[in-house]
Design a binder for this molecule. Structure first.
Ligand code: FES
Length: 58
């Protein structure tokens, strides 16, 4: 797993990601971007919203 500054968690080799409610989300991708900002409209996946949120704070 790799943490990106102000962005998602990049997870390599995961078959399942569990969200904060314990719901399992399966994936077949070699690398997935998991939302760490809490603002994604596609949780648990990052949808790029963190870029807008960060810009709004500046
Ligand atoms: S980290 Fe990208 S939308 Fe939350």
């Amino acid at each position: 797993m790799r943490v990106t500054p102000n962005g998602p968690l990049l997870v390599r080799g995961a078959e399942t990601i569990r969200d904060e409610e314990g719901v399992a989300h399966e994936t077949t991708r070699p690398v997935v971007a998991v939302c760490a900002c809490g603002k994604s409209g596609r949780k648990p996946w990052c949808d790029g919203t963190h870029k807008v949120v960060r810009r709004g704070r500046a």
